[in-house]
Design a protein around this ligand. Sequence first.
Ligand code: URA
Length: 250
Amino acid sequence: MTVPTRRSRAQVTLARALSKFGFASRSKAAVLIREGHVRVNGRVVRDPDHWLDPRTDRIEVDGSRLLAEEFRYLAMHKPRGYVTTRADERGRETVYALLPPDMPWLFPVGRLDRETSGLLLFTNDVRWGDMISSPEHHVQKTYEVTVDRPVVERDLEVMRNGMTLDDGTELLPVEARRSSRDGCTVVLTLTEGKNRQVRRMMEHFGYEVVALVRTAIGTITLKGLPVGQVRPVAAEERRRIGDIRKKEKT
Ligand code: URA
């Protein structure tokens, strides 16, 4: 068996490109590709591990161009009560209802729970999205979490040192500080995004989460973005999103 090798940092596999653009799950995409439904630059490609650059390669499924011509980058202030999915089988409001109507196919960079509000990024640039989500790039995600009683320093210290949840999930160290006078609100800065991580951390210590807001992803913040609104992310902001971490490392 040959192991596909990535030719440049801009590349992703064909199956991944299809799944990231929401066309199909990665396994369904692989079937479509093997069955010959997918062309890359006019040629049928039957290998799901075929590497390509979604910025420059033209992907078609049954003759329809899949990707938008241009990359788009949006920041949303997600309200509570919206699910981060394209279509909810239970008919609940989804974050897609808040996007402007003229958008190409976009995917959310990571997810926020239905009851979490705050910053959610959308793009059709797979590489940029992956860079933000992947733990190796250490792009920090900042959360403000309010719980039912003052958070004790000892618990914050455990979080700062890295902790293991009761189900064995190991978590990397986080930055953690109290941000309200009553001690019930805490700012946590994470460099990974495990499923429901903040809620599980707080519940581990017996706190009940009253509110959870993601206030920043790297250097991009919620500042000036009203709840339920969307704004474009400028090129400079995109380039600088990981700058906090880089500065620390040098
Ligand atoms: N952590 C959570 O628990 N929920 C979110 O939505 C995001 C991070």
